[in-house]
Design a protein around this ligand. Structure first.
Ligand SMILES: [Zn+2]
Ligand SMILES: [Zn+2]
Length: 545
């Protein structure tokens, strides 16, 4: 880790000197550098993972119901079950970050594609750089397991602040691309942590390690920040817990635990604990693959592999479900999905596809992946082209469509079709977000394979604005369940839009496994491997450990 941080700091200072001159096309500055990120916890054969489970501004209260050992600042001692414990933090230096404008995200093994992208941007005069993120996994005991989670990001600018990178992203978006900002953590914040037991200072140091006999009980863990269900609750964790200053100038709580124990907690957070065993097992394999493919990508340089929030996968620690789920998913231990090429599949999933899955590259800035192209969630394909407006409308209005996820008896089945009204005040909010005056017309809808809209233009009385990406569209129009909808726009006497009635299909981005469909299929007796083969066509099921 230390080596990675030092290397990235050196490279970033080099990169900054070049990037600060600005990404003007005429400069034609070309350089390539490669950074290898990834934590050392997931070595061959090991099944340990580092997951950030909580973040606190500067103080943490906890107890250990069966006792725990602690280590801080060279001191080691014991916490008794009755002890009331507190950690107080003092920050000394803020985290240092760099912001990369990324224009392509390509599997590491697809070197020709990377060369093609680099050459095209270089020819257009951009200062191109590449970053390799992610991990390569090999099997235990010399067994070959060539799963490769590495990805190459092609970048065209590095900035010291998010706003400048965001401005370049906005201007590149207008000319048709789908760039995004990648935040590179150069240095974590630094500071002290003080452990107090029953009000008395025990030790001061940089990182506190807790080894509980059974559980650590953290008070007021913040979850789902930025989501409508945001809140705080007490949570229990099993495993070694590290507390230190992190990438957000706050105290990070990082749990080191067995990957499959963590999965037993993730599975019931992501899919109903009551689902039939085939769906729980399919979810476990998909989640394991998603974790492995995101190691060293989502939190590069932050000192842990994955987080417990929506950003990675939701993990609420020990819950009453964990023990029974662990038993049910045990037969899938070590299994992940891979591409034919051997690269590990980022086995994404969403709540309800609405009848047809969406293609990954229409949702994110990733290369088209034949495994994630989107399939009919039906016994046989329907003769419809959902990217075509009239046919999409016909399908979305069809409440009785014979799709696997049209099953109200399983969780998520009620999201197969939905209606939503955008009221006059809600529409005012949309207009103010767009900032192009009053809106007369919505036009130029582009729909993906599932019927999800990934681009639409709003004609205002000041200017026209094109909005891209299904998530941006959903957020703009008021937290829609999906961007697979048809709208009946309401006009006032002057011809301006004042609201709309939306009819929609599905819940979520729709890429990869449809969790509602998976539950319905498991109920029909499908096994997890058959479910996975349906949702990830052409993928290989491999056993990593
Ligand atoms: Zn995360
Ligand atoms: Zn579905």
């Amino acid at each position: 880790m230390r080596i990675c941080i030092c290397l990235s700091r050196w490279v970033a200072s080099f990169a900054e000197r070049i990037a600060m001159r600005g990404p003007a096309p005429a400069m034609a500055v070309f350089f390539v550098f490669i950074l290898f990120f990834g934590n050392l916890a997931l070595e061959a054969g090991e099944r340990q993972i580092l997951i950030k489970v909580a973040q606190y501004p500067n103080a943490i209260e906890f107890n250990c119901p069966n006792g725990a050992a602690w280590e801080l600042g060279g001191r080691k001692k014991w916490i008794k079950p009755s002890d009331k414990c507190k950690i107080e933090g003092t920050i000394v230096a803020s985290a240092l970050k760099r912001f990369h404008v990324i224009v392509a995200d390509i599997p590491f093994r697809d070197a020709p594609k990377t060369d093609e992208s680099v050459s095209a941007w270089k020819a257009a005069g951009w200062p191109v750089h590449t970053i390799v993120l992610g991990r390569e996994f090999s099997g235990p005991g010399g067994r070959s397991f060539a799963a490769d989670g590495r990805r190459t990001f092609v970048g065209v600018g590095i900035f010291g602040d998010f706003a400048s990178a965001g401005e370049l992203v906005a201007s590149l978006s207008e000319s048709g691309g789908s760039p995004f900002v990648h935040e590179e953590v150069v240095n974590l914040s630094q500071g002290r942590v003080t452990l107090k037991i029953n009000g008395e200072v025990q030790a001061v140091g940089q990182e506190l390690a807790l080894e509980p006999t059974q559980l650590i009980h953290l008070y007021k863990v913040e979850f789902a920040a930025g989501y409508p269900w945001h809140g705080f609750e007490d949570r229990d964790y099993r495993g070694r817990l590290l507390v230190r200053w992190g990438a957000h100038d706050a105290l990070d709580c990082v749990l080191q635990s067995d990957l499959d124990s963590v999965l037993a907690g993730i599975v019931p957070s992501e899919i109903s604990a009551k689902a039939d065993v085939g769906a729980l097992q399919a979810q476990a394999v998909a989640a394991r693959g998603e974790i492995m493919s995101s190691i060293g990508v989502n939190h590069a340089g932050e000192g842990f592999d994955t987080c417990s929030e929506q950003h990675c996968q939701v993990y609420g620690g020990e819950t009453p479900y964990v023990a029974s789920i662990a038993l049910k998913i045990a037969p899938t231990r070590g299994m992940v999905l891979a591409h034919q090429s051997g690269s590990i599949l980022d086995a994404v999933y969403a709540s309800n596809c609405g009848g047809h899955g969406e293609a990954n590259h229409l949702v994110w800035t990733t290369e088209p992946d034949p495994v994630l192209i989107g399939i009919w969630d039906t016994a046989a394909p329907l003769p419809l082209d959902l990217s075509e407006e009239e046919q999409a409308g016909r399908f979305i209005r069809n409440l009785a469509a014979d799709c696997f996820c049209n099953d109200p008896s399983v969780e998520g089945g009620d999201k197969f079709r939905w209606n939503k009204t955008i009221s006059a005040p809600d529409w005012k909010t949309v207009e103010s977000k767009l900032g192009i005056g009053r809106i007369k017309r919505v036009t130029d809808l582009a729909r993906g394979f599932s019927g999800r809209i990934y681009q639409m233009s709003f004609i205002g009385d000041q200017e026209t604005k094109t909005v891209k990406k299904e998530l941006t569209i959903r957020q703009l129009l008021g937290s829609l369940r999906s961007s697979c909808f048809i709208a009946a726009w309401k006009l006032d006497s002057a011809g301006y839009i004042v609201g709309a009635d939306l009819s929609g299909a599905g819940f979520g981005h729709g890429v990869g496994m449809c969790q509602t469909g998976a539950q319905a299929l498991a109920k029909r007796g499908w096994t997890f491997d058959r479910i996975l083969a349906h949702y990830y066509p052409g993928s290989l099921l491999k056993k990593w450990y």
